[in-house]
Ligand binder design. Sequence first.
Ligand SMILES: [Fe+2]
Length: 198
Amino acid sequence: MRMPKPIQHKPILHHVTFKTTRLQEMIDWYQAVVGCIPNFTDAVASWTTNDTANHRIAFLAIPGIEEDPDKIKHANMHHTAFEFGTHEALFDNYERLAAVDILPVCCLDHGLTMSFYYSDPDSNLVELQADNFGNWVLSARWMQTSEDFKREPIGVEVDPPRMIRALQDGMPLSDLLKASRAGKFLPSTRGNLYLPGP
Ligand SMILES: [Fe+2]
């Protein structure tokens, strides 16, 4: 590929649009999980947002769209991600959703973020995360320079209920994050990141 001149005005990532066969289910799920509300919906599409942007997550349900039963092994998007400002908000949201049986399929301490992955009605993964450094500059620096991240870039599995109990018992968040990265909060069953292989 021939590279153009360096970009002068970098655009900001604005929205993601999914093709779906389950329009209403998808609208309902994204409202439940990340608070996205439609700004406009018709019979074959919806544009939803959870902030002041006109849309962040949109759906096209045009006739002719088909399921892909083999999507896990096909090259396509792996997940979208939403960030909470604090771990407390991430854990509160975990409990809010768990109360109605919406549970993550995989939970990882990535080192740079604590990340819970949920599966939407079309089996797209949605990562809900909080920055372990509380600061994008610091977590980006850690990603670039850390031997720990080089050794374990995908992450260490964690069990949210055990972490929530530890916090309730008085463990400081900084200690919890060291412990989770060291594998002290492994779940009893392994998570599923919707990737081919064992
Ligand atoms: Fe991610």
